[in-house]
Design a binder for this molecule. Sequence first.
Ligand code: UDP
Ligand code: MG
Length: 338
Amino acid sequence: MTSASSNTAEQSPRLSIVIPAFNEEGNLKVVYAELHRVLEPVEASWELIFVDDGSSDATWCLIEELAHADSRVKGIRFSRNFGHQYALLAGLQASTGAAIISLDADLQHPPELIPRLIEEWQKGNKIVKTVRLDPEKQSLFKKLTSRLFYRVFSYVSGVKIESGMADYRLMDRQVLEDVLSFREEGLFLRGLVQWVGYPNTSISYMPAERFSGTTKYTLGKMVKFAWHGVSSFSIVPLRIGILFGFIASAVSFASVLYAILGKVIEGHTVPGWASSLAIISFLFGILFLFLGILGEYVGRILLEVRDRPRFIVSERLGISDVLPRNDMKNRSPGPRLP
Ligand code: UDP
Ligand code: MG
């Protein structure tokens, strides 16, 4: 028996599975059936928490149907779409298992991997990450932008994340308690999980095609997610502003010197209002860019200070009434396990 399993209360399942779902009506029954099939031979004690992130299709009806048929299935419904990371967070907050696995609803994260995740956890790994290998069919744009993002992210934050390390992972309850103690806006869970440390390992897998429907991560959501990741882990973008400031000052000092010395020594006036205008516009461009970046960071401070709940739950199924209905951001993190 692992230390993790001895930590949990008697009635808690050994394994919690958390699945965020936004308009995933075509996938829920299949993902449930797949999980059932995969878990049956390896783990009898489990719960499955679906978090409906403000879907406008039949996602919630299906969660209700599954929960009525199998009491191990639980549901959380958001009052509107709050985003994948918060849906994941809500499910993690409600989970009670000794180990918690999160995965997507669209079967791109193969449930067949779960027995291996459990095996690695039982060997003593507190976090078992998964790394998605590049599928041949993936678009070049997504492949390149994803690689570039994780390289830049790892460089500026000092937290190493490989491209393909998404939110399909197993966490021991001890790790989860730590992750839940972070109360920040613009959550970037994959970074936080890396940041907390602990013995961990990773397993690579080839992702399947999305079973039904289309991606729910629009370009806008992806850019927002990437920015939340960088800005919550690093202030390097602000420092780049200082570097540019130094370079621009040095260049303008040199050109003033050149103009003065030209006049004094050789008696000529440096011509060129056009080049001056170009330099001024260039510098103003950089100035506004960094003002914008600064504004983004100030905006994040505002979001933190306002201290609003990060999501609102409208309905719950099978979740203990003892748990607060909404985000636990303003509350104490609860009893800390030894
Ligand atoms: N998702 C969510 N809220 C959102 C966007 C996505 O809960 O606003 C869920 C979605 O239902 C899926 C997971 O997050 O279970 C990953 O989304 P998706 O498969 O669309 O992303 P992709 O695999 O295309 O990057
Ligand atoms: Mg997907």
